[in-house]
Design a protein around this ligand. Sequence first.
Ligand SMILES: [Zn+2]
Length: 270
Amino acid sequence: MDQLTLMAVHAHPDDEVIGTGGILARCADEGIRTVLVTCTNGEQGDAPGGIKPGEDGHDEAEVSALRLAELRESVAHLGIDHLELLGYHDSGMEGWAANQAPDAFANVPVERAAARLAELMERYRPQVVVTYDENGGYGHPDHIQAHRITVAAAEASGVPAKLYYTAVPRERIAELFEFLRSTGAAPEDFELPDDFGVPEEQITAMVDVAPYVERKRKALEAHASQGENIFLLRMPADAQHRAFSHEAFIRVFSRVPAPGREEHLFDGLR
Ligand SMILES: [Zn+2]
């Protein structure tokens, strides 16, 4: 039998931490080989000091070099065995000028990028593959593209026995923000959109990664050049624990018998 292997496909350096850092670290500890595929170089991220693309002092080559160095540090904290970089150009958030670049990841033909990912699936033979849902989790064009190429590569290669989408559990996040408001860490008038995240009843796997909260925090700290990570790192420790101690997934398919509600992505595989 093939070695047990988990492959996570993410759009940008730092996306690996919040939704999958715990399962990656937990699998590594359990002797499951872990492969992280990062599709872009993160050129449209913040430059140090919170400088945004298009502003003075934002240099794409410097930003991507910094973010890839941060990624390698994060990978070390999470114990990930193999990092595979597809090397595409970051498309930026929807509506940004970078969306128009022909070499932006979101503009690469799906079948071309999917063929490269299918090759990696054939090389590593992951039983379990994880990526985003059809909305890319929150609508970022590169996340949607990562979703598309992963679904296409899984289908073309026929390699993964199970495919999952990461999910943000709506009720837990609403509770977290309630808690943050009560501690003053989030503004009183901050409201999450009602359709934020996924209702808990749609989630098929809730994985306990509480023992890995500290490693996730260190991995996120490695990505401290990015503004939204700084927000998460500044949350009180108990809020961080609530945010990082569970990871939620929706099973897309399983070719092996597995329980309807799972506690681990390798349920049914060992
Ligand atoms: Zn991203």
